[in-house]
Design a protein around this ligand. Structure first.
Ligand code: ZN
Length: 198
């Protein structure tokens, strides 16, 4: 099951690159201290589009999960940089974003009526996210109120997250709520959680 992943994304994305780096150091140190990972590099069985390698699971990796696998899981990657993260399909009944100005929801995919994004609606949002990833600035215009807002101000559905720091667990069983809460407290930021398959 190395092609399954669990993901925790820090979605308080005002963090600068330097801040994200410091946060990454802090959370890595905490994970090592808790025995969830070691500092040994490990890239086996991971198919991340954001990182080539991660850290090997530690002696107390089961502290992070709901149930023991009976064998060690794969690596945990600590990812920094401006990225969009997509969770597993079916986590939401639709894929959408909510305008920070007028609170209107713009829907890109309406399950189960469709499994493809509505291209004319999605294309300008995708372009705005790509601009943000490349430059740190990107605005999407709300179809309802015609106001442009930074993509980081839009409220995205659960399966889509913009972030500058992310933990990706490859081949781990579902994470426990207590562990996710501990990670969130350690970061001191809001987080989003994804489960998916490569
Ligand atoms: Zn609007």
């Amino acid at each position: 099951m190395g092609d399954y992943f669990e993901r925790i994304v820090d979605i308080d994305i005002d963090a600068t690159a330097e801040e994200a780096g410091l946060l990454a150091d802090r959370i890595t140190e905490w994970l090592v201290a808790e025995g969830v990972i070691t500092r040994a590099p490990d890239g086996t069985g991971m198919y991340s589009q954001y990182a080539d390698g991660g850290y090997a699971p530690g002696p107390r990796w089961t502290r992070a999960v709901q149930a023991d696998l009976g064998r060690p899981p794969g690596p945990l990657a600590v990812i920094t940089g401006r990225h969009h993260f997509v969770g597993g399909q079916g986590e939401d009944d639709a894929e959408y974003a909510v305008c920070p100005r007028c609170a209107t929801r713009t829907t890109f995919i309406d399950y189960p009526n469709s499994f493809e994004a509505d291209e004319p609606t999605w294309a300008p949002f995708r372009a705005a996210v790509e601009a943000w990833e490349a430059t740190g600035t990107g605005e999407a215009i709300c179809p309802a109120c015609a106001t442009p807002s930074p993509v980081t101000d839009w409220q995205w559905c659960d399966s889509y997250a913009l972030g500058t720091l992310c933990l990706e667990f490859w081949g781990w069983p579902p994470l426990s709520d207590a562990f996710v809460a501990d990670v969130t407290a350690c970061l001191g930021h809001r987080t989003a959680q994804h489960t998916g398959k490569f």
